[in-house]
Design a protein around this ligand. Structure first.
Ligand SMILES: NC(=O)c1ccc[n+]([C@@H]2O[C@H](COP(=O)([O-])OP(=O)(O)OC[C@H]3O[C@@H](n4cnc5c(N)ncnc54)[C@H](OP(=O)(O)O)[C@@H]3O)[C@@H](O)[C@H]2O)c1
Length: 216
């Protein structure tokens, strides 16, 4: 598959690397076409890896990942262009965290709204699926980094798009019984707000290689 990964940070690089290893063609997008970080990634990832602007990467992808800073995501997606996101599955991995007032960060949107919903409203023709935002980037593509059974969440308004993302997550190593479908995109209110707890758990256990399992 041709996949556009918007974002040159740890998450973009980790997801893009995994996708190339799974034989997908991946273009990493940035605000600039010649991003140094993206160039380094292309050089290390080998065949199947390329770089461009957010617009180039979104146009390239049959499916697009949003791995940009939560406070810059709407801007990044505007740069990508609504026409390049229309009818495509847009996997939103971003968290709306504001670090400008120090640690711990706060949420710039919460409770009655979420970044996932803001993105879906701004790009009504895209099929937004919130996923993977509740785990560390290394765990996203290698769930065995956390021992035992643990869960990852997906939500979105389009069932076909959600099913497509579930298949991708399975290819990343997630067992289907550990992929919890929470329903429509408004469930992102919960998975994004969970970051407030996740950050405290990381502090308490001094590792990002942690996750939760829903027992019932
Ligand atoms: N780190 C984790 O383990 C983890 C886990 C779960 C979810 N997340 C979420 O995943 C996302 C990516 O995290 P990250 O740590 O890899 O990278 P990040 O530093 O949060 O974001 C880097 C990307 O955001 C773009 N960006 C920043 N400000 C922008 C703006 N104002 N307008 C447009 N684009 C902007 C950058 O563009 P340039 O390439 O042009 O610099 C870059 O591509 C975040 O939303 C984060 O909350 C992270």
């Amino acid at each position: 598959m041709r996949i556009g990964v918007l974002g040159t940070g740890m998450v973009g690089k980790t997801i893009a690397t995994k996708l190339v290893a799974l034989d997908h063609e991946v273009m990493m997008g940035s605000r600039t076409a010649d991003s140094e970080t993206a160039s380094e990634w292309v050089a290390s990832a080998g065949a199947g890896a390329s770089q461009g602007t957010f617009e180039d990467a979104a146009a390239f992808g049959e499916l697009v990942f949003n791995c940009t800073s939560g406070t810059g995501s709407l801007e990044a997606l505007e740069m990508a262009g609504a026409e390049h996101l229309a009818r495509k599955t847009l996997v939103d991995v971003a968290n709306p965290l504001d670090f400008s007032h120090g640690m711990p960060p706060s949420l710039v949107v919460s409770n009655t709204d979420s970044l996932g919903e803001q993105i879906q409203r701004a790009f009504p023709d895209a099929r937004v699926v919130k996923a993977l935002n509740t785990v560390n980037h290394e765990v996203m593509v290698d769930p065995e980094k956390v021992p035992g059974e643990h869960d990852v969440f997906v939500c979105g308004n389009d069932e076909t798009a959600t099913a497509e993302v579930v298949e991708l997550l399975r290819s990343f190593g997630w067992a289907v019984e550990n992929i919890v479908d929470l329903g429509d995109i408004s469930a992102a209110r919960g998975t994004e707000a969970y970051l407030l707890l996740w950050l405290r758990l990381r502090g308490a256990f001094q590792t990002g290689h942690l996750n939760i399992k829903v027992l019932r």
